[in-house]
Design a protein around this ligand. Structure first.
Ligand code: KG4
Ligand code: ZN
Length: 337
């Protein structure tokens, strides 16, 4: 089954062609809108929507050229329909629906978080349900217990900022350029991670997170000290330690044998290292997607569509489906409306 997938929930315009039956990626394209947003110091929703609209036809042309197939060879078309920026989601979803109508093939609405959650199943042969998922991105920081492609239970989540958001805000305070997370990681490589001792956040419920206190603490330190590399390294080390400690608690609580990390922050090497250690010590295996599948991409959307929608169960009324700026993973459904 060949699925054409689109991802446009934020500032990455992405399209991919995946044969989900044979687990083959026929072609994949990601355009990151860094240049469009850099001068504003963050993602501007209206600019993101326009950039998606401009880039989508160019990406699709290149995609089919690379894959050596045509639109007629596609069995279904999937797009992220939430959570994310409404205008940005609408661009990808409407583009995908139009193509689906043109070739009279099903349109498959996909939850962005499900894309991240299921992506390691594409690359990791030994991974099986159920698994503990740590979703760490610009909009999310949460634990999920993933039991099947359509069944997931939220065990805990951030009560304030997402971890990627915290990286972005601290990166901005350190005078770095957008995208802040990778820039902060590069700066931290030059610093001493024990130069500053930062408090590990505390929350009453195990599995929950809080990052606002850490952010405030960093603001105070940055106003008093000028060794930014040491500040970045100490911050990153504290976040990695915190994520690892919370993960250890959840592995015990769920008696988990497999831990999956997903989302942009999962690309951070220090965080990966800390999580790998804690998993090894707890008798669980850590599954981390290759770096290019940690950040937003359309391969994960096409792949998730293949897992969520069996061919005999194509959604009937998905052309009427709406985009959802908020869409918890626990509310996954397959009828698309
Ligand atoms: O999953 P993602 O690409 O987009 C969504 O938020 O859905 O994640 C983007 C977030 C941003 O906050 C970015 O700063 C952060 O992930 N990020 C990183 C790294 N790469 C991306 N944070 C820390 N270290 C990184 N290497
Ligand atoms: Zn994402």
């Amino acid at each position: 089954m060949i699925i054409l997938g689109f991802e446009t929930s934020c500032d990455e315009t992405a399209a991919a062609l995946v044969n989900t039956s044979t687990k083959t990626i026929l072609a994949e394209k990601v355009y990151s809108q860094y240049n469009e947003h850099r001068e504003y110091g963050g993602v501007v929703p209206e600019i993101a929507s326009r950039a998606h609209l401009e880039r989508l036809p160019i990406l699709v042309d290149a995609l089919f050229k690379n894959a050596g197939i045509t639109l007629k060879d596609v069995d279904a078309i999937a797009a992220t329909t939430g959570p994310g920026l409404v205008g940005a989601l609408l661009m990808g979803a409407t583009y995908a629906k139009t193509l689906a109508l043109a070739i009279n093939k099903p349109f498959l609405p996909i939850n962005h978080l499900a894309g991240h959650a299921l992506s390691p199943l594409l690359t990791e042969e030994r991974l099986n349900f159920p698994y503990l998922l740590l979703q760490i991105s610009g909009g999310h920081c949460q634990f999920e217990w993933v039991e099947s492609p359509t069944c997931s239970q939220t065990l805990g989540a951030t009560i304030d900022d997402a971890v990627g958001e915290c990286f972005d805000k601290v990166g901005k305070m350190l005078g770095l350029e957008h995208p802040y997370g990778p820039a902060l990681e590069r700066l931290a490589e030059e610093g001493n991670d024990t130069a500053f001792s930062l408090p590990i956040p505390q929350t009453p419920k195990p599995g929950d997170f809080s990052f606002s206190g850490l952010k405030t603490h960093m603001r105070k330190l940055i106003s008093k000290h000028d060794n930014y590399a040491n500040l970045a390294a100490s911050f990153q080390h504290t976040v990695a330690t915190y994520l690892a400690q919370q993960t250890e608690k959840m592995i015990k609580q769920q008696t988990a044998h497999a831990v999956v990390i997903a989302g942009g922050v999962a690309g951070n090497k220090t965080i990966r290292g800390h999580l790998r250690k804690v998993c090894e010590a707890s008798g669980a295996t850590l599954y981390a997607p290759p770096l290019k599948y940690c950040t937003d991409n359309a391969t994960m959307i096409a792949w998730a569509a293949g897992l969520i929608y069996a061919k005999e169960n194509w959604p009937q009324n998905s052309m009427n489906s709406l985009v959802r700026p908020r869409w918890p993973l626990a509310e996954l459904y397959t009828d698309g409306v």
